[in-house]
Each structure stands twice: as structure tokens, then as C-alpha cells.
Write a protein that binds this ligand. Sequence first.
Ligand code: 7TS
Length: 425
Amino acid sequence: MLYTTTSILKLKRDLLKITQILDVESIRKDFPILKREVNGKPLVYFDNGATSQKPQVVIDAITNYYTNENSNIHRGIHTLSQEATNAYEEARKKVQQFINAKHSNEIIFTKGTTDSINLVASSFGKKHLKKGDEIIISTMEHHSNIVPWQMICEEKEAILKVIPINDKGELLMDEFKKLLSPKTKMVAVTHVSNTLGTINPVKEIIAEAHQKGALVLIDGAQAVPHTKVDVQDLDCDFYAFSGHKMFGPTGVGILYGKEAILNNLPPYQGGGDMIKTVTFEKTTYNELPHKFEAGTPNIVGGIGLGVAIDYMNSIGISTIEAYEHELLAYATKQIKQIEGVRIIGEAKNKASVLSFVVDGTHPSDIGMIIDKLGVAIRTGHHCTEPLMNRFNVPGTARASFAFYNNEEEIDIFIAALNRAVTMLK
Ligand code: 7TS
């Protein structure tokens, strides 16, 4: 379907209204990488689903830490160690407030979403899973919310069940309810799909699962950077996300878990910091959150993540959400004007992800051509191979937006895409 000039103009006006709340041009100045050129063209960075760019305040915090504060934490009485410990624990509190966790000891620092999910699958699985138990995931999961469950299911002879989706990329909730049974021990689903952009009805999923006595893990990797997350309101048992997708450093992430549930899980890894006392005969474990944080952590990563949260708060998550919603609507209408483009993922409730295929072309060819024009998008299966099989495509091209992207960049992307399609046909 082609859109009229009037409807595109209306979208432009909507975007303009929002840019009056959100000063995108001044925000863009906070991200030094956005000034660079790629292949002689201004960079248009639309690969935010893979990782986001970092504002200067985060980069400065990292430099400042190594320049002035570097020290190990939780183990020194000297000033530097205390300063580093305070900064790291302060960051934990910022995360707690950001997702509205009840206690800061429910915030476990990990390497990222993948690490967080592996922690739960391994610790929960070892203690609570037995032969014939069931775990439910969905068709649209990232491999990191599939493979850890497959591994523990294999070990424990438990069964993995999968919630199907419709052609728009929405979960079939009736099918989900049918899959739930007293055998279900865990439901692990993504809040927002990295490939489709679908925002799943996680609150409803959690309530349904709890009724059957199952626990719920939410993969929030693509939700936290774009939408307000309140873990108490959701009532999830676990919530996992990554620092690098929310304008913080790589190598740091979060596992939120309810205190009572975490207390009832065995440690994931053994080593320094996670113990209370060690003898060769018996070791006792530290309290939360340290029980799950063996070894020297990514201290600067945690501190940088805290600064990224401050930065997001300074803009306001609801402003971010509203602005990105307009960006997505604008990009969606524009891309539909290009003949042969098919959007993969047309859920009613969507975050700022635009996956598509173009008849008769391969996504990676499109990605390569538009990269020459300075536009960075992701192509391939996006670590969601079962989802690609569901849609019967080998991969998609995916543009994913952040609040520092603007309408002009979408215009550049659309022009580049038009050129690529013309070349490839
Ligand atoms: N879950 C979802 C929904 C994701 O999108 C990703 C990463 C992960 C888990 C894993 O996160 P990590 O930080 O531990 O690697 N998604 C993507 C992507 O869409 N393109 O590159 C990485």
C-alpha cells in the first residue's frame, strides 16, 4: 500500500511535535561517534538492536575511573578501594531504582543478558528441574534464551515447549495457556523481540504462569533501552538485560531476581567474593548479591552503566518511548513506498525495530550496498534462527532506532535502500 504525501506530512508534523519535547539535535552532540563518516558519508547508525552508541558522559566515566579511581572492590580498606566499592554499589542502586526492584541485593551484576540467562538456567535447573518437567519459551526468542534451556533440559531430561506466533509476529496467547500445566517449572520469554520488534504482553504471561506455579524469566535486552520497566509491577521472578544496549559499556549486564527466589538457588560460579568462609572441608556462601558475583567483576562497566542510566533518566524514558514510536511510524510508512519490500514483524504493539526482506534480493547484499552509503543496519538471522524458519526466510535486513536517530537519517536510509533495490533488480 502506498501512502499519500498528506499522510507522510502528518507523520513529519508528529515527529516535529515530539522533537520539541526531545531536543534530538543537542542529544546527538552527546554521542561523539555520530560525528564520524563512513565511506565518505555521514554515519547513519541503525544497528542499535545489536549495540547502542555511548554518550560522552559514559566515555568520560570510564576514563575517569581508570585515571583516578582504579582499584579492586569489596576487599581493600584503602581509600581507592573504598571509593571504587562505593561507586560500584552506587551503580547497583541506580539499576535498582531504574527498574523499581524492591532491594538492591536483588540486582546481580553479570556480563550481559546471555550470562544472566545462563545463570538462571544453570542454577535453577540444577536445583529445581527433574525428569519430565517442562520449560516454556517462545518462537521469537534470541538464541541466548533458547540454548541455555536446551542444555539444562538435556541434562535433566526436562522438556522444552515453544509458544507459537501468528504471521504478524504476535504470540498466540491461547496456545500459551494450553501449554501451561503443573509440569511447567519455568516460562522464559522476551519482553521485546530483537528481530520483529514485537512487545509481548509479559504482565499477562507472568500472571498466567504464576497461577500454574511456574516461575517466569523475562529477557529484557531490547526492552530496557526503550520502555519503562517496573519489575515489581510486572511481578516477574527474573529479568535479564545488557548494559551495552542501553548506552552503557559492553561486558556488563544485570540479572534481577526476587530475593527469596535467589536465596533459594545455588551459586552459579565459585571463587572470590561469593564466599563467607572457606575450609577444605566446607565452604559457606556469601549473601546476596555477592553469592552470584564470583571473582573481580567488570567494575568500570558497572559504574559506566550507572552513568548511562543517569543519562537516560535525564531525557526521560517516556519521552524516549514516544519519540521512537514516531520514528518507527515514519520509517514504516516510508519503507512501504518501496516496491517489493515486505516487513517481517507487524505486531500491533511494536518497539523501534524494522525488519524487512526485499523480493528477489538477499538481505546481506542490501546491507553491503547501503553501508557504502554510510548506513549501518544488521542483516542475517539476528540470532533467531527458529524465528527465521517460522517466516520461511534465511534472514532479514533490520533497522533498529534509538532516541539519537532522526527523520533526516531515515530519509537517507530510504534513499539508500531505494538505490540498493534498483541496483539488485
Ligand atoms: N536477548 C535479546 C532479545 C537480544 O536482542 C540479545 C542480543 C540478547 C538476548 C543477547 O544479549 P547479549 O548482550 O548477552 O549479547 N541481540 C542482538 C541483536 O539483535 N543483534 O546483535 C545482538
